[in-house]
Design a protein. Structure first.
Length: 182
């Protein structure tokens, strides 16, 4: 592949895997180079200012993790959102051009069909079918100031840093323990 250069990439267009979506539903197509801040500004404006009830985030290949990140940010900021996640494969077509063609021959192209993982996540203010594969109910609301990290620090005391330090070299001598004088 060292003598080839990628000249074109195209993705197979697939309909969204969610039945009964309104025709004007917003689809956020997350790409590898998309900036999360830009995606979230637009998506939040659609849900808050324009009063949308549903939004879909979709991404494939290296954009899958960024897609999930956007969804988690939106769920945390808005709260009370129902979620349905669908995972599938999408076909990506790449065309590569030979950089060192034969002297008397035409330039040779190589066409590669890749199956890459793809994710589509529907977020909805309205309840969705809980029996649907990939459904997640809204997370319960937390009280202000409540620890949401999942770990409780109640009843734990801070360790005394001096008593719990491993044996360290003494500042003046470099020995772990001062030598005994006999």
């Amino acid at each position: 592949m060292e003598n080839f250069r990628k000249v074109r990439t195209s993705e197979e267009e697939m309909p969204l895997p969610f039945p009964d979506l309104p025709p004007d539903v917003v689809e956020m197509k997350v790409k590898e180079g998309s900036k999360i801040r830009n995606l979230m500004n637009f998506a939040m404006a659609q849900m808050e200012l324009k009063g949308r009830r549903q939004i879909v985030f979709s991404g494939c290949g290296r954009a899958v993790t960024k897609t999930i990140t956007c969804v988690e940010i939106m769920k945390r900021k808005l709260g009370g959102l129902h979620q349905v996640t669908k995972v599938r494969y999408k076909t990506v077509l790449e065309v590569w051009e030979n950089q060192d063609p034969l002297p008397n021959g035409p330039a040779q192209n190589l066409t590669v069909h890749k199956n890459v993982p793809s994710i589509c996540i529907l977020l909805s203010r309205d309840p969705l079918d809980p029996n649907q594969t990939g459904y997640q109910p809204p997370e319960p609301r937390h009280e202000a100031g409540e620890n949401t990290s999942g770990s409780s620090t109640k009843g734990l005391k801070r360790a005394d840093p001096i008593q719990n330090q491993p044996s360290m070299p003494h500042r003046s001598t470099g020995y772990r323990h001062l030598p005994q004088m006999h």
